[in-house]
Design a binder for this molecule. Structure first.
Ligand SMILES: [Zn+2]
Length: 72
């Protein structure tokens, strides 16, 4: 069981590189956002180009509702 306060202050297990969509497990978290990270896959090191899984899923679901389900 996870107490509510932990959800707000805990560091995520990983963040997602928005450049190549890889999970990054080594990063610095400042309490609410990514402070520093480096993507070993594409070399992205801009903290604004990393997102938490939660934010990332919000973005992809927003994308889906705009364009409909992908027809791969
Ligand atoms: Zn990357």
């Amino acid at each position: 069981m996870v107490p509510d306060w932990r959800l707000k202050v805990s560091t995520p297990d990983f963040v997602i590189c928005l450049e190549c969509e890889s999970p990054i497990y080594t990063f610095e978290w400042d309490g609410s956002r990514v402070k520093e990270a480096l993507c070993p896959t594409c070399g992205n090191d801009q903290n604004t180009l990393f997102s938490t899984e939660e934010e990332y899923e919000e973005m992809s679901s927003a994308h889906e509702s705009t364009y409909g389900p992908s027809k791969d």
